[in-house]
Write a protein that binds this ligand. Structure first.
Ligand code: GTP
Length: 597
């Protein structure tokens, strides 16, 4: 296909605005998947998706479209993940395209994530076509939303495409807009080969599959290609495209997207953002790459049952195979035994991994409090990255602690603005901007990431009754007055419960966690003191009073089956407990205790 007849595009949207539905429609409308195969194919796709780790990975589909001008076009649709945690994956997907469809729900309007995604697309020099979806809904207000797009984003929305992805209304209009309004890719077929490594994953049959976007030259079967970042050379075994099934082709030329396999052993041997070039005729300059994805949130994961450690190790290795942004390293905790310190791109990523470990790998885990990465300068001039509060050096050895900040964009209906601002202020937020978009307020805040990782998102949803939308980007490190708060249960320090906090919040958080633990730890036959301390200084204390009665006592010895049930329930509960000295702490206490109010 000549370059002039190729379009590479992605769809950007806020969650639930209809990105997946539109993608399905485009696939269906271009006959890429015959209607009767549609269901099966899409299920196949989901299977792949599942293997590859929820929907965090980019995917691409090649569509064939005969336009109104009578010409046949190849449209490559690049899927992008929607969530803030995967901003990095979005940026690399966008770098492989020339244009974007901006899908906005015509009944909801612009949301925080819409903005974040648009800025990324503009950074990638994309041409953007606004698409107003869900115009079939009675609540749709396309004119108002167009005005919003112009006011907030500064994008001309007068010729936005109005559609219903659900009913299939005006899908043709979207396809025509892609052909007529998005630019064709540029590239030189005669030049030396340069292809961008967009993504890679492990396939049980093919080994490592590498998703590429060819900029110049060609990729062919049998060709020796070199990875410019590390000089590794591989012989291409297969090149192909996604329809969305993987279909081998002869070669991939400039402007094209597809995959190559080359007997690469592990995903770790492929660096996303790398440039593939011809080994015999190599390029001198690589394509502009990406910044590597850096985990920003860490937590410890420990098996509830120490016998499961080996299983945990294997499961983490399997997860890592297809998720190179997930990091882990062995660690031991005095309280929890052997486990792993795991690094994530953000909180959703953490939740996804935890969820998969318990669901797919059937592991019962204790997760310690999520922590951000602090940069510590010691009095002797040494610097260290602190991933685990338990490793915090003694206060007298510390010169300075720096913590990461984010820039957050929050959009919220006016009615809830007050509550949202209060929440941001409580979390040490600094207001950068406050503007209005119709009846919705847009607040831009700088916030310490530490204040966001626990439960900011939950709190935001709850104070705004679910109406606020939120997005963020990392915004550098700054010195802060931070302290480590240790928790002692029955005078024993429980390292897994220690956490970092700003000094101004230390007492309140210490008190709140002691109160919660008091409720969460079952009463036992003796009194249990619970204390929070900074260094040797106790800042909060609660006591769990002793209990001497048998739980079955309240059954009056009468109903034996009920009694047995209770005992069984108690046994079940035991499995999810962890012994600390003389005290058993339920697994739920670890997570619940660390949530802030
Ligand atoms: P994520 O995958 O979660 O990011 O969401 P998405 O943006 O891909 O949205 P999705 O396509 O899953 O659509 C979200 C919901 O909106 C689904 O329940 C769809 O059925 C519905 N929806 C999508 N398009 C339309 C439309 O044109 N009209 C109406 N009424 N509903 C739609």
């Amino acid at each position: 296909t000549p370059l002039s007849h190729i379009r590479n595009f992605s769809i950007i949207a806020h969650i639930d605005h209809g990105k997946s539905t539109l993608a399905d429609r485009l696939i269906q409308h271009t006959g890429t998947v015959a209607l009767r195969d549609m269901k099966e194919q899409l299920l196949d796709n989901m299977e792949l998706e599942r293997e590859r780790g929820i929907t965090i990975k980019a995917q691409t589909v090649r569509l064939h479209y005969k336009a109104k001008d009578g010409e046949a076009y190849v449209l490559n649709l690049m899927d992008t993940p929607g969530h803030v945690d995967f901003a990095y994956e979005v940026s690399r997907s966008l770098a492989a395209c020339e244009g974007s469809l901006l899908v906005v729900d015509a009944s909801q309007g612009v949301e925080a994530q819409t903005l974040a995604n648009v800025y990324q697309a503009l950074d990638a020099n994309h041409e953007i076509v606004p698409v107003l979806n869900k115009v079939d809904l009675p609540a749709a207000e396309p004119e108002r939303v167009k005005q919003q797009i112009e006011d907030v984003i500064g994008l001309d929305a007068s010729d936005a495409v109005e559609i219903s992805a659900k009913t299939g209304l005006n899908i043709e209009g979207v396809l025509e807009a892609i052909v007529t309004r998005l630019p064709a890719p540029k590239g030189n077929p005669a030049a030396t080969t340069k292809a961008l490594l967009v993504d890679s994953w492990y396939d049980a049959y093919l080994g490592v599959v590498v998703l590429v976007r060819v900029k110049d030259g060609h990729l062919r079967k049998g060709q020796k290609v070199r990875m410019m970042s590390n000089g590794a050379v591989h012989t291409i075994e297969q090149v192909g495209v996604f329809t969305p099934k993987m279909v081998p082709v002869e070669s991939l030329g400039p402007g094209e997207m597809g995959y190559v396999t080359a007997a690469i052993k592990t995903v770790a041997d492929t660096n996303v953002g790398d440039t593939l070039t011809d080994d015999r005729n190599p390029a001198t300059e690589p394509l502009p790459g990406f910044k590597p994805s850096i985990p920003v949130v860490w937590c410890g994961l420990y098996p509830v049952d120490a016998d499961d450690f080996e299983k945990l190790r294997e499961s983490l290795a399997k997860l890592r195979l297809n998720d190179s942004s997930f990091h882990y390293e062995a660690e031991t905790s005095a309280a929890l035994g052997f486990g792993y310190r795991c690094g994530f791109l953000g909180l959703l990523h953490l939740e996804i991994v935890q969820e998969r470990l318990s669901r797919e790998f059937d592991l019962d885990l204790i997760a310690t409090a999520p922590s951000v990465v602090y940069k510590i300068t010691k009095t002797n001039g040494e610097t260290m990255d602190l991933h685990n509060p338990a490793d915090m050096p003694d206060g007298s050895l510390i010169e300075e602690i720096q913590e990461p900040w984010i820039k957050a964009t929050i959009m919220v209906p006016d009615d809830y603005l007050g509550a949202v601002l209060t929440l941001c202020n409580e979390r040490r937020g600094q207001q950068v901007e406050l503007t209005y978009v119709g009846s919705r307020a847009m607040a831009v805040y700088r916030l310490p990431l530490n204040e966001v990782v626990f439960d900011f998102y939950d709190r935001l949803k709850s104070v705004s009754r679910g109406y606020a939308s939120f997005d963020y980007a990392m915004d550098g490190y700054e010195p802060g007055d931070l302290v480590k708060i240790g928790i002692l249960v029955n005078a024993e320090p429980v390292d897994a419960l220690s956490f970092m906090a700003h000094r101004s919040q230390a007492e309140r958080r210490g008190r709140s966690i002691c109160e919660k633990l008091k409720e969460l730890i079952p009463r036992q036959l003796f009194k249990i003191p619970i204390q929070a301390a900074i260094g040797g200084r106790v800042i909060a204390r609660e006591t769990i009073s002793a209990l001497s009665k048998d739980v079955t006592a309240k059954c009056y010895g009468g109903d034996i089956s009920r009694k047995r049930k209770l005992l069984e329930k108690q046994k079940e509960g035991k499995k999810r407990m962890r012994q600390f000295g003389k005290v058993e702490i339920p697994q739920s206490a670890f997570i619940a205790a660390l949530k802030m109010d």
